[in-house]
Design a protein around this ligand. Structure first.
Ligand code: BG6
Length: 477
Protein backbone atom coordinates (compact mmCIF):
# COMPACT_ATOMS: atom_id res chain seq x y z
CA UNK A 1 0.00 0.00 0.00
CA UNK A 2 2.85 2.35 0.73
CA UNK A 3 6.54 2.22 0.17
CA UNK A 4 7.00 5.43 2.04
CA UNK A 5 9.32 5.26 5.03
CA UNK A 6 8.51 7.75 7.77
CA UNK A 7 11.35 9.61 9.49
CA UNK A 8 13.09 7.68 12.28
CA UNK A 9 12.17 10.30 14.88
CA UNK A 10 8.48 10.35 13.92
CA UNK A 11 6.37 10.16 17.08
CA UNK A 12 4.08 7.16 16.57
CA UNK A 13 1.64 6.47 19.36
CA UNK A 14 -1.84 6.91 20.73
CA UNK A 15 -3.98 9.51 22.48
CA UNK A 16 -6.25 9.49 25.53
CA UNK A 17 -8.09 12.01 27.66
CA UNK A 18 -8.16 11.88 31.45
CA UNK A 19 -11.93 11.96 31.74
CA UNK A 20 -12.47 9.19 29.18
CA UNK A 21 -9.90 6.78 30.59
CA UNK A 22 -8.92 7.38 34.21
CA UNK A 23 -12.09 6.89 36.24
CA UNK A 24 -11.34 7.34 39.98
CA UNK A 25 -13.37 10.50 39.59
CA UNK A 26 -13.20 11.56 43.23
CA UNK A 27 -10.16 9.62 44.34
CA UNK A 28 -7.15 11.13 46.10
CA UNK A 29 -8.82 14.48 46.54
CA UNK A 30 -9.94 15.09 42.96
CA UNK A 31 -12.80 17.56 42.54
CA UNK A 32 -15.69 17.08 40.13
CA UNK A 33 -14.91 17.80 36.47
CA UNK A 34 -17.54 18.85 33.98
CA UNK A 35 -17.55 15.49 32.22
CA UNK A 36 -18.45 13.82 35.53
CA UNK A 37 -21.89 15.39 35.07
CA UNK A 38 -22.48 13.86 31.64
CA UNK A 39 -24.66 10.76 31.70
CA UNK A 40 -24.98 8.26 28.87
CA UNK A 41 -28.08 8.22 26.74
CA UNK A 42 -30.48 10.77 25.33
CA UNK A 43 -29.84 13.60 27.78
CA UNK A 44 -26.13 13.75 27.12
CA UNK A 45 -26.26 15.71 23.86
CA UNK A 46 -28.49 18.46 25.29
CA UNK A 47 -26.24 18.90 28.32
CA UNK A 48 -23.11 19.03 26.17
CA UNK A 49 -24.74 21.87 24.24
CA UNK A 50 -25.23 23.89 27.41
CA UNK A 51 -28.80 23.02 28.40
CA UNK A 52 -27.80 21.93 31.87
CA UNK A 53 -30.75 21.58 34.24
CA UNK A 54 -28.56 21.18 37.33
CA UNK A 55 -24.92 20.87 38.27
CA UNK A 56 -25.55 18.01 40.65
CA UNK A 57 -25.39 14.32 39.88
CA UNK A 58 -28.52 12.21 39.90
CA UNK A 59 -28.57 8.73 41.35
CA UNK A 60 -30.82 7.57 38.54
CA UNK A 61 -28.17 8.28 35.90
CA UNK A 62 -25.11 6.33 34.81
CA UNK A 63 -22.02 8.52 34.49
CA UNK A 64 -19.41 6.67 32.44
CA UNK A 65 -16.47 8.91 33.40
CA UNK A 66 -16.69 7.89 37.04
CA UNK A 67 -14.93 4.59 36.46
CA UNK A 68 -14.19 4.80 32.74
CA UNK A 69 -11.62 2.03 32.05
CA UNK A 70 -9.89 2.51 35.40
CA UNK A 71 -6.70 3.73 33.76
CA UNK A 72 -5.97 5.49 37.06
CA UNK A 73 -5.17 2.13 38.64
CA UNK A 74 -4.21 0.12 35.57
CA UNK A 75 -1.96 2.47 33.65
CA UNK A 76 1.16 0.36 34.24
CA UNK A 77 -0.40 -2.65 32.57
CA UNK A 78 -1.76 -0.50 29.73
CA UNK A 79 1.51 1.31 29.13
CA UNK A 80 3.32 -2.03 28.95
CA UNK A 81 0.97 -2.95 26.10
CA UNK A 82 1.59 0.38 24.35
CA UNK A 83 5.31 -0.25 24.73
CA UNK A 84 4.88 -3.69 23.20
CA UNK A 85 3.43 -2.00 20.12
CA UNK A 86 6.51 0.22 20.05
CA UNK A 87 4.84 3.53 20.95
CA UNK A 88 7.14 6.51 20.88
CA UNK A 89 4.53 8.88 22.33
CA UNK A 90 1.38 8.78 24.40
CA UNK A 91 -0.92 11.76 24.46
CA UNK A 92 -2.76 12.16 27.76
CA UNK A 93 -4.47 15.06 29.48
CA UNK A 94 -4.18 16.26 33.04
CA UNK A 95 -7.47 16.53 34.91
CA UNK A 96 -7.42 20.13 36.16
CA UNK A 97 -9.59 19.13 39.15
CA UNK A 98 -7.02 16.53 40.27
CA UNK A 99 -4.51 19.35 40.70
CA UNK A 100 -6.88 22.09 41.86
CA UNK A 101 -10.06 20.37 43.06
CA UNK A 102 -12.03 23.62 43.28
CA UNK A 103 -9.99 25.38 40.62
CA UNK A 104 -8.79 28.02 43.08
CA UNK A 105 -7.27 26.13 46.00
CA UNK A 106 -4.39 27.91 47.73
CA UNK A 107 -2.09 24.93 47.21
CA UNK A 108 -2.27 22.20 44.60
CA UNK A 109 -3.37 18.71 45.56
CA UNK A 110 -0.17 16.72 46.09
CA UNK A 111 -1.83 13.34 45.47
CA UNK A 112 -3.02 14.53 42.06
CA UNK A 113 0.41 15.86 41.15
CA UNK A 114 2.01 12.62 42.27
CA UNK A 115 -0.30 10.55 40.08
CA UNK A 116 0.94 12.29 36.92
CA UNK A 117 4.55 12.13 38.14
CA UNK A 118 4.19 8.37 38.40
CA UNK A 119 2.41 8.15 35.05
CA UNK A 120 5.13 10.14 33.24
CA UNK A 121 7.86 8.10 34.96
CA UNK A 122 6.22 4.92 33.79
CA UNK A 123 6.11 6.22 30.22
CA UNK A 124 9.78 7.21 30.29
CA UNK A 125 10.69 3.82 31.67
CA UNK A 126 9.45 2.46 28.34
CA UNK A 127 10.97 5.23 26.23
CA UNK A 128 7.57 6.79 25.53
CA UNK A 129 7.29 10.60 25.32
CA UNK A 130 4.29 12.08 27.12
CA UNK A 131 2.35 14.59 25.04
CA UNK A 132 0.14 16.47 27.45
CA UNK A 133 -3.05 18.47 26.97
CA UNK A 134 -3.81 20.94 29.73
CA UNK A 135 -7.58 20.95 29.19
CA UNK A 136 -9.32 18.14 27.37
CA UNK A 137 -13.02 18.97 27.83
CA UNK A 138 -12.18 19.71 31.42
CA UNK A 139 -13.19 22.45 33.87
CA UNK A 140 -13.59 21.95 37.64
CA UNK A 141 -17.33 22.04 38.34
CA UNK A 142 -16.72 24.44 41.24
CA UNK A 143 -15.62 27.08 38.70
CA UNK A 144 -18.75 26.55 36.65
CA UNK A 145 -20.90 27.05 39.74
CA UNK A 146 -19.05 30.06 41.03
CA UNK A 147 -18.07 31.95 37.88
CA UNK A 148 -20.05 30.49 35.01
CA UNK A 149 -16.83 28.91 33.74
CA UNK A 150 -15.09 30.55 30.77
CA UNK A 151 -17.69 33.27 30.44
CA UNK A 152 -15.75 34.90 33.29
CA UNK A 153 -12.36 36.57 32.89
CA UNK A 154 -11.50 35.11 36.29
CA UNK A 155 -10.80 31.75 34.61
CA UNK A 156 -7.85 33.22 32.71
CA UNK A 157 -5.78 33.75 35.85
CA UNK A 158 -6.85 30.46 37.42
CA UNK A 159 -5.90 28.54 34.30
CA UNK A 160 -2.55 30.34 34.18
CA UNK A 161 -1.84 29.29 37.76
CA UNK A 162 -2.77 25.70 36.94
CA UNK A 163 -0.58 25.73 33.81
CA UNK A 164 2.42 27.20 35.68
CA UNK A 165 2.00 24.61 38.43
CA UNK A 166 2.18 21.66 36.07
CA UNK A 167 4.93 23.16 33.88
CA UNK A 168 7.06 23.66 36.97
CA UNK A 169 6.36 20.23 38.38
CA UNK A 170 6.87 18.29 35.14
CA UNK A 171 9.51 20.44 33.46
CA UNK A 172 11.97 17.55 33.25
CA UNK A 173 9.40 14.98 32.16
CA UNK A 174 7.16 16.61 29.55
CA UNK A 175 8.45 18.32 26.42
CA UNK A 176 5.28 18.36 24.29
CA UNK A 177 2.26 20.28 25.52
CA UNK A 178 -1.07 21.46 24.16
CA UNK A 179 -3.41 24.04 25.67
CA UNK A 180 -7.10 23.34 24.85
CA UNK A 181 -8.27 20.17 23.16
CA UNK A 182 -10.37 20.92 20.04
CA UNK A 183 -10.73 24.55 21.05
CA UNK A 184 -13.29 25.07 18.27
CA UNK A 185 -15.63 22.59 20.01
CA UNK A 186 -16.71 25.53 22.15
CA UNK A 187 -18.96 26.64 19.27
CA UNK A 188 -20.59 23.22 18.82
CA UNK A 189 -20.80 21.66 22.28
CA UNK A 190 -20.19 24.64 24.59
CA UNK A 191 -20.66 22.81 27.88
CA UNK A 192 -18.28 20.04 26.85
CA UNK A 193 -15.75 22.44 25.34
CA UNK A 194 -15.87 25.22 27.92
CA UNK A 195 -18.31 24.47 30.74
CA UNK A 196 -20.83 27.01 29.41
CA UNK A 197 -24.40 26.81 30.67
CA UNK A 198 -27.06 28.98 29.05
CA UNK A 199 -30.21 30.45 30.49
CA UNK A 200 -33.23 30.97 28.32
CA UNK A 201 -33.12 34.15 26.26
CA UNK A 202 -29.37 34.66 26.57
CA UNK A 203 -27.32 35.71 23.56
CA UNK A 204 -25.48 32.44 23.05
CA UNK A 205 -23.07 33.74 20.40
CA UNK A 206 -22.03 36.67 22.58
CA UNK A 207 -21.26 34.34 25.48
CA UNK A 208 -19.44 31.82 23.29
CA UNK A 209 -17.13 34.34 21.65
CA UNK A 210 -16.44 36.10 24.95
CA UNK A 211 -15.51 32.71 26.44
CA UNK A 212 -13.42 31.99 23.35
CA UNK A 213 -11.51 35.23 23.91
CA UNK A 214 -10.81 34.21 27.48
CA UNK A 215 -9.56 30.80 26.38
CA UNK A 216 -7.39 32.37 23.68
CA UNK A 217 -5.77 34.75 26.17
CA UNK A 218 -5.35 31.90 28.68
CA UNK A 219 -3.80 29.77 25.94
CA UNK A 220 -1.31 32.52 25.04
CA UNK A 221 -0.40 32.99 28.72
CA UNK A 222 0.17 29.24 28.99
CA UNK A 223 2.44 29.38 25.93
CA UNK A 224 4.36 32.23 27.57
CA UNK A 225 4.72 30.31 30.84
CA UNK A 226 5.75 27.12 29.07
CA UNK A 227 8.47 28.91 27.10
CA UNK A 228 9.77 30.57 30.26
CA UNK A 229 9.67 27.52 32.53
CA UNK A 230 10.65 24.80 30.01
CA UNK A 231 12.64 26.51 27.25
CA UNK A 232 13.27 23.24 25.41
CA UNK A 233 9.56 22.27 25.30
CA UNK A 234 7.13 22.73 22.41
CA UNK A 235 3.58 23.82 23.02
CA UNK A 236 0.79 23.68 20.49
CA UNK A 237 -2.87 24.42 19.95
CA UNK A 238 -5.40 21.72 19.06
CA UNK A 239 -8.07 21.94 16.38
CA UNK A 240 -10.93 19.59 15.56
CA UNK A 241 -10.01 19.63 11.88
CA UNK A 242 -11.53 18.26 8.69
CA UNK A 243 -11.89 20.64 5.78
CA UNK A 244 -15.29 21.57 4.36
CA UNK A 245 -15.98 20.71 0.73
CA UNK A 246 -18.54 22.70 -1.24
CA UNK A 247 -21.24 20.31 -2.44
CA UNK A 248 -21.07 21.88 -5.93
CA UNK A 249 -18.96 24.44 -7.78
CA UNK A 250 -21.73 27.01 -7.33
CA UNK A 251 -19.80 29.99 -5.88
CA UNK A 252 -22.42 30.23 -3.12
CA UNK A 253 -21.49 26.72 -1.97
CA UNK A 254 -17.78 27.47 -2.33
CA UNK A 255 -18.11 30.64 -0.28
CA UNK A 256 -20.08 28.86 2.41
CA UNK A 257 -17.39 26.16 2.58
CA UNK A 258 -14.80 28.87 3.16
CA UNK A 259 -16.90 30.45 5.89
CA UNK A 260 -17.44 27.13 7.62
CA UNK A 261 -13.71 26.46 7.65
CA UNK A 262 -13.13 29.94 9.06
CA UNK A 263 -15.43 29.20 11.98
CA UNK A 264 -12.73 26.79 13.09
CA UNK A 265 -9.64 28.53 11.70
CA UNK A 266 -10.70 31.59 13.70
CA UNK A 267 -9.23 30.04 16.85
CA UNK A 268 -6.02 28.82 15.28
CA UNK A 269 -5.50 32.09 13.40
CA UNK A 270 -5.36 33.81 16.79
CA UNK A 271 -3.26 31.11 18.47
CA UNK A 272 -0.81 30.75 15.62
CA UNK A 273 -0.71 34.16 13.92
CA UNK A 274 -1.32 36.12 17.11
CA UNK A 275 -4.24 38.33 16.14
CA UNK A 276 -7.91 38.33 15.29
CA UNK A 277 -8.34 37.99 11.53
CA UNK A 278 -10.31 40.60 9.58
CA UNK A 279 -13.17 38.20 8.87
CA UNK A 280 -13.65 37.66 12.64
CA UNK A 281 -13.89 41.39 13.27
CA UNK A 282 -16.50 41.65 10.55
CA UNK A 283 -18.39 38.69 12.01
CA UNK A 284 -18.50 40.36 15.43
CA UNK A 285 -19.75 43.58 13.83
CA UNK A 286 -22.37 41.91 11.64
CA UNK A 287 -23.74 39.98 14.61
CA UNK A 288 -23.65 42.89 17.03
CA UNK A 289 -21.16 41.10 19.29
CA UNK A 290 -19.16 43.18 21.68
CA UNK A 291 -16.18 41.20 22.94
CA UNK A 292 -14.57 42.72 25.98
CA UNK A 293 -10.81 42.74 25.71
CA UNK A 294 -8.33 44.19 28.18
CA UNK A 295 -5.71 46.63 26.98
CA UNK A 296 -2.81 44.18 27.21
CA UNK A 297 -4.60 41.31 25.45
CA UNK A 298 -3.52 42.15 21.91
CA UNK A 299 0.14 42.09 22.95
CA UNK A 300 -0.26 38.82 24.85
CA UNK A 301 -1.85 37.15 21.81
CA UNK A 302 0.77 38.58 19.45
CA UNK A 303 3.82 37.69 21.50
CA UNK A 304 2.96 34.16 22.56
CA UNK A 305 1.94 32.10 19.58
CA UNK A 306 2.07 28.31 19.46
CA UNK A 307 5.00 26.23 18.25
CA UNK A 308 2.98 23.64 16.38
CA UNK A 309 -0.54 22.91 15.20
CA UNK A 310 -2.06 19.86 16.87
CA UNK A 311 -5.21 18.56 15.26
CA UNK A 312 -7.69 15.73 15.17
CA UNK A 313 -8.93 14.37 11.87
CA UNK A 314 -11.76 11.88 11.58
CA UNK A 315 -13.74 13.10 8.56
CA UNK A 316 -14.01 15.77 5.95
CA UNK A 317 -17.22 17.81 5.89
CA UNK A 318 -19.47 18.95 3.10
CA UNK A 319 -21.70 21.99 2.88
CA UNK A 320 -24.39 23.27 0.54
CA UNK A 321 -26.64 26.31 0.16
CA UNK A 322 -29.33 24.22 -1.56
CA UNK A 323 -32.22 23.54 0.86
CA UNK A 324 -32.96 20.23 -0.89
CA UNK A 325 -29.38 18.99 -0.46
CA UNK A 326 -29.16 19.96 3.20
CA UNK A 327 -32.05 17.67 4.00
CA UNK A 328 -29.53 14.85 3.74
CA UNK A 329 -27.24 15.51 6.69
CA UNK A 330 -24.87 13.19 8.51
CA UNK A 331 -23.08 13.54 11.86
CA UNK A 332 -19.29 13.37 12.09
CA UNK A 333 -17.51 14.62 15.16
CA UNK A 334 -20.60 16.76 15.91
CA UNK A 335 -19.94 19.13 13.03
CA UNK A 336 -23.04 19.02 10.91
CA UNK A 337 -22.25 17.94 7.37
CA UNK A 338 -24.18 17.21 4.23
CA UNK A 339 -23.77 13.56 3.25
CA UNK A 340 -21.02 13.27 0.65
CA UNK A 341 -22.26 10.94 -2.12
CA UNK A 342 -18.72 9.79 -2.89
CA UNK A 343 -17.90 8.58 0.59
CA UNK A 344 -18.90 5.82 3.02
CA UNK A 345 -19.77 6.38 6.66
CA UNK A 346 -19.10 4.61 9.94
CA UNK A 347 -21.92 3.11 11.96
CA UNK A 348 -22.11 6.46 13.80
CA UNK A 349 -22.46 8.41 10.55
CA UNK A 350 -18.89 9.71 10.49
CA UNK A 351 -17.70 10.09 6.91
CA UNK A 352 -14.63 8.08 5.91
CA UNK A 353 -12.29 10.17 3.77
CA UNK A 354 -8.58 9.33 3.80
CA UNK A 355 -7.82 11.76 0.98
CA UNK A 356 -9.46 14.48 3.06
CA UNK A 357 -6.73 13.87 5.65
CA UNK A 358 -4.06 14.78 3.11
CA UNK A 359 -6.08 17.79 1.96
CA UNK A 360 -6.63 19.01 5.52
CA UNK A 361 -2.96 18.56 6.46
CA UNK A 362 -1.83 20.45 3.37
CA UNK A 363 -4.28 23.28 3.98
CA UNK A 364 -3.25 23.66 7.61
CA UNK A 365 0.41 23.69 6.69
CA UNK A 366 -0.11 26.13 3.83
CA UNK A 367 -1.99 28.45 6.16
CA UNK A 368 0.25 28.36 9.22
CA UNK A 369 3.67 27.23 7.99
CA UNK A 370 4.31 25.49 11.28
CA UNK A 371 4.85 21.82 12.06
CA UNK A 372 1.68 19.80 12.46
CA UNK A 373 1.04 17.09 15.02
CA UNK A 374 -1.75 14.62 14.27
CA UNK A 375 -2.97 14.01 17.78
CA UNK A 376 -6.21 12.15 16.95
CA UNK A 377 -7.43 9.95 14.13
CA UNK A 378 -9.27 6.67 14.23
CA UNK A 379 -12.33 4.58 13.58
CA UNK A 380 -15.09 4.13 16.15
CA UNK A 381 -16.74 0.74 15.73
CA UNK A 382 -18.74 -1.79 17.68
CA UNK A 383 -16.19 -4.62 18.01
CA UNK A 384 -17.28 -8.13 18.80
CA UNK A 385 -15.20 -10.68 20.69
CA UNK A 386 -15.34 -14.03 18.89
CA UNK A 387 -15.99 -17.27 20.80
CA UNK A 388 -12.22 -17.85 20.58
CA UNK A 389 -11.68 -14.57 22.42
CA UNK A 390 -10.40 -12.67 19.38
CA UNK A 391 -11.31 -9.29 17.94
CA UNK A 392 -10.80 -9.26 14.20
CA UNK A 393 -11.09 -5.56 13.48
CA UNK A 394 -10.11 -5.54 9.81
CA UNK A 395 -12.35 -2.50 9.20
CA UNK A 396 -10.22 -0.49 11.67
CA UNK A 397 -7.00 -1.65 10.06
CA UNK A 398 -8.41 -0.64 6.68
CA UNK A 399 -9.35 2.85 7.93
CA UNK A 400 -6.00 3.46 9.62
CA UNK A 401 -3.98 2.03 6.75
CA UNK A 402 -5.60 4.35 4.25
CA UNK A 403 -5.23 7.37 6.50
CA UNK A 404 -1.60 6.70 7.34
CA UNK A 405 -0.84 6.25 3.64
CA UNK A 406 -2.33 9.71 2.96
CA UNK A 407 -0.31 11.15 5.84
CA UNK A 408 2.78 9.75 4.11
CA UNK A 409 1.68 11.53 0.94
CA UNK A 410 1.27 14.78 2.87
CA UNK A 411 4.80 14.44 4.23
CA UNK A 412 6.05 14.00 0.69
CA UNK A 413 4.04 17.10 -0.28
CA UNK A 414 6.34 18.97 2.09
CA UNK A 415 4.03 19.11 5.08
CA UNK A 416 6.02 18.89 8.32
CA UNK A 417 4.43 16.41 10.71
CA UNK A 418 5.91 15.69 14.13
CA UNK A 419 3.93 12.56 14.88
CA UNK A 420 0.73 10.61 14.82
CA UNK A 421 -1.13 9.56 17.96
CA UNK A 422 -4.24 7.66 16.96
CA UNK A 423 -7.29 8.12 19.12
CA UNK A 424 -8.08 5.70 21.94
CA UNK A 425 -5.33 3.07 21.44
CA UNK A 426 -7.15 1.22 24.17
CA UNK A 427 -10.97 1.32 24.20
CA UNK A 428 -12.25 4.26 26.26
CA UNK A 429 -15.55 6.06 26.83
CA UNK A 430 -16.84 7.89 23.76
CA UNK A 431 -16.93 11.65 24.26
CA UNK A 432 -19.93 12.37 22.08
CA UNK A 433 -22.15 9.46 23.09
CA UNK A 434 -20.77 8.27 26.44
CA UNK A 435 -20.85 4.73 25.06
CA UNK A 436 -18.20 2.07 25.55
CA UNK A 437 -19.35 0.22 22.47
CA UNK A 438 -17.97 2.95 20.21
CA UNK A 439 -14.45 1.58 20.33
CA UNK A 440 -11.25 2.89 18.77
CA UNK A 441 -8.63 0.70 20.43
CA UNK A 442 -5.94 -1.73 19.44
CA UNK A 443 -6.73 -3.15 22.87
CA UNK A 444 -10.24 -4.28 23.75
CA UNK A 445 -11.60 -3.49 27.21
CA UNK A 446 -14.27 -5.75 28.63
CA UNK A 447 -16.85 -3.18 29.68
CA UNK A 448 -20.24 -2.33 28.23
CA UNK A 449 -22.39 0.79 28.00
CA UNK A 450 -23.96 0.13 31.38
CA UNK A 451 -20.64 -0.30 33.16
CA UNK A 452 -20.70 -4.12 33.32
CA UNK A 453 -17.61 -6.19 32.55
CA UNK A 454 -14.34 -7.35 34.03
CA UNK A 455 -12.24 -4.52 32.51
CA UNK A 456 -9.93 -7.22 31.16
CA UNK A 457 -7.71 -6.10 28.28
CA UNK A 458 -7.53 -8.15 25.01
CA UNK A 459 -5.19 -7.47 22.10
CA UNK A 460 -7.14 -6.99 18.87
CA UNK A 461 -5.91 -7.91 15.40
CA UNK A 462 -5.07 -4.23 14.88
CA UNK A 463 -2.65 -4.43 17.83
CA UNK A 464 -0.32 -6.65 15.84
CA UNK A 465 -0.85 -4.60 12.70
CA UNK A 466 0.02 -1.27 14.36
CA UNK A 467 3.06 -2.81 16.00
CA UNK A 468 4.31 -3.79 12.58
CA UNK A 469 3.57 -0.33 11.19
CA UNK A 470 5.66 1.30 13.90
CA UNK A 471 8.47 -1.23 13.65
CA UNK A 472 8.72 -0.70 9.90
CA UNK A 473 8.57 3.13 10.24
CA UNK A 474 5.29 3.13 8.38
CA UNK A 475 6.53 1.11 5.44
CA UNK A 476 4.43 -2.00 6.12
CA UNK A 477 0.88 -0.77 6.16
C1 BG6 B 1 -12.57 14.18 19.60
C2 BG6 B 1 -12.25 14.33 21.06
O1 BG6 B 1 -13.61 15.03 19.32
O2 BG6 B 1 -13.02 12.96 19.12
C3 BG6 B 1 -12.17 13.05 21.85
O3 BG6 B 1 -11.11 15.11 21.27
C4 BG6 B 1 -13.20 12.09 21.32
O4 BG6 B 1 -12.30 13.34 23.20
C5 BG6 B 1 -12.89 11.77 19.87
O5 BG6 B 1 -13.33 10.92 22.07
C6 BG6 B 1 -13.79 10.72 19.24
O6 BG6 B 1 -15.11 11.05 19.46
P1 BG6 B 1 -16.14 10.03 20.10
O7 BG6 B 1 -17.35 10.82 20.32
O8 BG6 B 1 -16.32 8.96 19.09
O9 BG6 B 1 -15.52 9.55 21.35
Amino acid sequence: MSSYVFPKDFLWGGALAANQAEGAYLEDGKGLSLVDLLPTGEKRRGIMKGNVPSLTQLESEFYPSHEAIDFYHRYREDIALFAEMGFKALRVSIAWARIFPTGEDAVPNEAGLQFYDDLFDELHKHGIQPVVTLAHFDVPVALIEKYGSWRSRKLVGLFETYAKTVFTRYQDKVKYWMTFNEINMLLHLPFLGAGLVFQEGENVKQIQYQAAHHQLVASALAVKACHEIIPDAKIGCMLAAGSFYPYTCNPEDVYQGMEKDRESYFFIDVQSRGEYPGYAKRFFKDHGLNIEMESGDAAILKNHTVDYIGFSYYSSRTTSTDPEVVKNMTSGNVFGSVANPYLDKSEWGWTIDPKGFRITANQLHDRYQKPLFVVENGFGANDVVSPEGEVNDDYRIDYLKRHIAEMGEALQDGVEIIGYTSWGPIDIVSASSGEMKKRYGYIYVDRDNEGNGSLKRIKKKSFHWYKNVIHSDGENL
